[in-house]
Design a protein around this ligand. Structure first.
Ligand SMILES: NC(=O)c1ccc[n+]([C@@H]2O[C@H](COP(=O)([O-])OP(=O)(O)OC[C@H]3O[C@@H](n4cnc5c(N)ncnc54)[C@H](OP(=O)(O)O)[C@@H]3O)[C@@H](O)[C@H]2O)c1
Length: 338
């Protein structure tokens, strides 16, 4: 079907996506190009083959420009953001090493907001995290986690959860700086993101699942985790960018599962892998899922892909990219027997 480019929401608009080669940002670039936008994607090294997938996206040849930029180099960000109607600030270290995490996350975010103000961008959409929302030991187990919740910084520090600490401080800095500079900021707080990889490498959240398929995890933990599909996360960012009335934070989540549920789903879909069947904790009662609300995002028209689909798509993608062995095909087994 022939698409009338001029009728697409992004037609004639240029936006910047920071950390364009990453798991979530690659999907944003893909959906933005499909939506008719011209995209300036920042990467630390445009020549690195790990960013090659971006150039293969539909529309990339005509409307994607990769710009070299580092979060701690304000001039490089300025150059990338100049001439853009909006910025999707997604680049961030994803690590629990305090040295590597906190400064680029926090100062990088400030640098992006300053550059967006100078470029007179209409809106900045910042990728925060459930890590900036959820880590509060004093919240009642029955409380519904929503956009009003903030992680407890002291608790993050004491538990050495430097990723959540860095994301919470970076998001707070984004709000403070945007206010000071008069920049229109909207924040998306995704939970753990799964789904098909566009990039050739494996990012941190995908390891969460990979370890249950390779035999490296012999047991599963007695804990719960909320999940969301990567396409939905990218879509949510674009939705809040394109909706003028969108404001504040948006929790982006599909459902919470116990690890026991995750391994059960994986084993049913993919019985060929050594998925663990035992919980590492045989003493404490099974951890209960927490309640959360994504009403704010749903009110904008967002619908979420199911977590089962999300797990299925993740494994299929890992197989397709050669990160997991494919199950033996019927023909192969015949050959082995003969
Ligand atoms: N995946 C999840 O489950 C999840 C959940 C909630 C929130 N988030 C947030 O979503 C964002 C993207 O995460 P992801 O899962 O897509 O991770 P990812 O694949 O590791 O992507 C992170 C990106 O940030 C870039 N980056 C890191 N440090 C940088 C620096 N100093 N200067 C410039 N770029 C830098 C990386 O570039 P290089 O390729 O050059 O290293 C990479 O492109 C992050 O803000 C993360 O906190 C992720």
């Amino acid at each position: 079907m022939l698409i009338d480019q001029a009728s697409l929401p992004g037609s004639g608009k240029t936006v910047c996506v920071t950390g364009a080669g990453g798991f979530i940002a690659s999907w944003m670039v893909k959906l933005l190009l499909e939506g008719g936008y011209s995209v300036k994607g920042t990467v630390r090294n445009p020549g690195d083959p790990k960013n090659g997938h971006l150039r293969e996206l539909e529309g990339a040849e005509e409307r994607l420009r990769l710009c070299r930029a580092d979060l701690l180099d304000p001039d490089s960000l300025r150059e990338a953001i100049n001439g853009c109607d909006g910025v999707f600030h997604t680049a961030s270290p994803v690590t629990d090493d305090p040295e590597e995490m906190v400064e680029p996350a926090v100062n990088g975010t400030k640098n992006v907001i300053i550059a967006a103000e100078e470029a007179k961008c209409r809106r900045v959409v910042f990728t925060s995290s459930i890590g900036a929302v959820y880590m509060d030991p004093n919240r009642s187990p029955d409380a519904v986690v929503d956009e009003s919740c903030w992680s407890d910084l002291e608790f993050c520090k004491n538990t050495k959860n430097w990723y959540c600490y860095g994301k919470a401080v970076a998001e707070q800095a984004a709000w403070d700086f945007a206010k000071e500079k008069g920049v229109d900021l909207v924040v998306v707080n995704p939970v753990l993101v799964l789904g098909p990889l566009l990039q050739p490498t494996i990012n941190a959240s995908i390891f969460h699942i990979l370890k249950y398929l390779t035999g490296s995890a012999k047991t599963y933990a007695n804990s719960v985790q909320a999940y969301v599909h990567v396409r939905d996360v990218a879509q949510a960012h674009i939705l809040v960018f394109e909706t003028p009335s969108a404001s504040g934070r948006y929790l982006c989540a599909e459902s919470v599962l116990h690890r026991g549920d995750v391994v059960e789903i994986l084993a049913k879909f993919f019985p060929e892998y050594p998925v663990p069947t035992e919980c590492s904790d045989k003493v404490k009662p099974r951890a209960k899922p927490y309640k959360f609300s994504t009403q704010k995002l749903r009110d904008l028209g967002m619908e979420f892909i199911s977590v089962k689909q999300c797990l299925y798509d993740t494994v299929k993608s890992l197989q397709e990219k050669g990160h997991l062995p494919l199950p033996p095909q019927p023909d192969d087994s015949l050959r082995i027997q003969s």
